[in-house]
Write a protein that binds this ligand. Structure first.
Ligand code: SF4
Length: 393
């Protein structure tokens, strides 16, 4: 059963499906703004590659044995992220996907997503991924502007950026998407629009359009504090955020989450899983998972993970606040009560429904007592509105 198609809207809570996320922790170099767990190791392949893929399997078997969420479930999304998974050999990924298929029941229409950097892409590489079973590819472009890339501290091979169109057009993987970033203080709004128009012309299925943010503990954040680099340009970010929904709609893209657009029915089904508060098995150093109503986080250190792939930090999930912070980021219509009935007790559910009614009275959403959908006008008040849903006292 597909997770979502236009006939299944509005979204409702589901049972019986789980996803798998695999975190590959290595990159060419650590980008200044990045707060994901990843290590820059240069151009060479990781010497730990085989050990890492063995550790993924060990962790998988341990979680399978110890998790009630993985009994009687079907896997309908697998997502290989990072880090830079395209730095690893497609043979390893193929073998791992095969391993998952042998160990758990996988749906016929499983979505298998793969994140890649432009530097690793070639027609042959994509053909190998397609053969491994990957049916959705997302490329972390961020910008085609060299000054912007330089500002972000990214490793760049300009020739690969130039070849993207040709590689995409010969890809056997049809569900193609990119990440673009805006708000670098050395780029203008029209620099971003020129990137966006370039990729709109390629008719990609999915676009994640993010603003640059200052994340605690990153090199970028330290450089801003030390007055070495400028902070993100918030004025341009606001302008862009404001014009995007209309512009993307004009080009046939559905706005389904604050920063995510897609062609009709081409949602990232795996990411929808996070927003819909569904379970998933996270594997790898720095990965998070959500099984048996518990959140767990693996060590953010690949050496430690390789020695102890099952040693995660665990804590109970906070259903009410997590649902508010995830489900209510979606701009698609959904039925909140189906999620509340599944995860909350009666009084918490009633409180949240009363809060929704209050938000409706202020004019920020469509709400008929059953189906909820944000209006575009909620965009710049979203954080405060979500807090209202959590603070029901
Ligand atoms: S390539 Fe991606 S994961 Fe790696 S450091 Fe840069 S932003 Fe982070």
């Amino acid at each position: 059963m597909p997770l979502l198609n236009s006939r299944s809207l509005p979204l409702q809570a589901r049972n019986g499906f789980t996803g798998i996320y695999v975190h590959y922790p290595y990159c060419y170099q650590k980008c200044d703004y990045c707060d994901f767990y990843s290590e820059g190791i240069g151009k060479n392949p990781s010497t730990n590659e085989s050990l890492l893929f063995d550790a993924y399997k060990k962790e998988f078997l341990y979680r399978k044995k110890n998790s009630a969420s993985l009994e009687n479930t079907k896997i309908d999304t697998i997502f290989m992220g990072g880090g830079t998974p395209s730095k690893a050999s497609p043979k390893h990924w193929k073998e791992l996907i095969h391993f998952f298929r042998n160990e758990l029941e996988v749906t016929e229409d499983v979505e298998i997503s793969f994140e890649a950097n432009p530097e690793d892409l070639s027609v042959e590489f994509l053909a190998e991924l397609a053969e491994a079973g990957v049916n959705r590819l997302n490329v972390g472009v961020q910008t085609r502007n060299e000054e912007g890339l330089c500002f972000l501290g990214r490793y760049v091979d300009p020739e690969k950026y130039e070849n993207l169109q040709q590689i995409f057009s010969s890809s056997k993987i049809e569900r193609l998407g990119i990440d673009l970033m805006y708000g670098m203080p050395n780029l203008s709004r029209s620099d971003f629009e020129s990137d966006l128009d370039y990729f709109i012309k390629m008719d990609l299925r999915h676009m994640s359009l993010y603003s640059l943010t200052l994340e605690k503990g990153t090199t970028y954040s330290r450089k801003v504090k030390d007055h070495i680099l400028k902070a993100p340009d918030e004025e341009i970010q606001r302008e862009i955020l404001e014009f995007l929904p209309e512009k993307m709609a004009k080009h046939g893209y559905v706005w389904y989450e604050v920063s995510n657009y897609c062609r009709e029915n081409e949602y990232s089904r795996h990411n929808l899983r996070y927003w819909m508060y569904e379970p998933y098995l996270g594997l790898g150093p720095g990965a998070h998972g959500f099984l048996d109503h518990m959140r767990y986080g693996n060590p953010r250190n690949s050496e430690v993970y390789l020695r102890h792939p099952t040693n995660a930090r665990r804590e109970p999930a906070e259903a009410k606040s997590e649902i508010a912070l995830s489900l209510f980021r979606l701009f698609l219509p959904f039925e909140p009560k189906t999620f509340f009935d599944k995860h909350l007790d009666r009084s918490a559910s009633m409180e949240m429904l009363a809060q929704i009614q209050g938000i409706h009275e202020k004019g920020y959403c469509h709400w008929d007592g059953n189906i909820f959908q944000w209006k575009t006008s909620a965009l710049f008040s979203l954080d405060d509105l979500i807090l209202e849903l959590i603070d029901t006292d």
